[in-house]
Design a protein around this ligand. Structure first.
Ligand SMILES: [Zn+2]
Ligand SMILES: [Zn+2]
Length: 114
């Protein structure tokens, strides 16, 4: 499969944003159609350049994979804001000494928790 020029454009968008949804990316690159953006992002995912954060069923965002900057996420169930959080994985008891890849904490952000 040939490399799409959109891949680099997509990767550049992450320089300014922590997380992006497919529609966020589409807004920034309107000349590419939605399914083209989706295919390019899924391809970057397979290459290990971005990772997917599943916020909810049919609701996910992507972020750039940056080695040495691993972190987990907090998501606000009301406004959907996604923030970086740090949890010590070693302190969590996994069944049968399993391995944790990432943790998603759900709650209300400061703005929504009024
Ligand atoms: Zn919120
Ligand atoms: Zn993140």
């Amino acid at each position: 499969m040939k490399t799409s020029p959109y891949k680099n454009m997509i990767l550049e968008l992450f320089a300014e944003s922590h997380v992006l949804s497919i529609s966020d990316i589409h807004k920034s690159i309107p000349k590419a159609d939605f399914s083209t953006i989706f295919r390019n992002v899924e391809s970057l995912l397979k290459e290990g350049k971005v990772k997917k954060i599943v916020v909810d069923v049919d609701n996910y965002v992507y972020e750039l994979v940056s080695k040495g900057h691993e972190h987990d996420h907090f998501v606000c169930v009301d406004c959907g804001v996604v923030e970086e959080i740090h949890i010590k994985h070693a302190e969590i008891n996994t069944p049968k000494k399993g391995k944790i890849f990432d943790i998603l904490v759900r709650g209300l952000c400061k703005v929504c928790n009024k």
